[in-house]
Design a protein around this ligand. Structure first.
Ligand code: ZN
Length: 73
């Protein structure tokens, strides 16, 4: 068995498994951190594989329509 890393369901950071099979962040911490680097009360936990495919709004693409100025000289 070769567990693949994935995003943490709490903080979205990459999660792997330690030798004991416990999920651990690639920063070698078990505790999650918020985007500002403060510890949170959650621990590294992989996103369940079943939930990955059906993320609401994942298939939506926003295309910016930028006015192009074509100047003929
Ligand atoms: Zn986390």
């Amino acid at each position: 068995m070769n567990p693949r890393p994935g995003p943490c369901r709490h903080c979205g950071r990459p999660v792997v498994h330690d030798p004991q099979g416990k999920p651990i962040l690639t920063s070698r911490e078990y505790a999650c951190r918020d985007p500002w680097g403060s510890l949170t009360n959650t621990h590294a936990e992989l996103v369940p594989a079943v939930g990955r495919a059906s993320v609401p709004g994942a298939g939506r693409r926003v295309t910016k329509s930028r006015p192009q100025s074509t100047v003929d000289e």
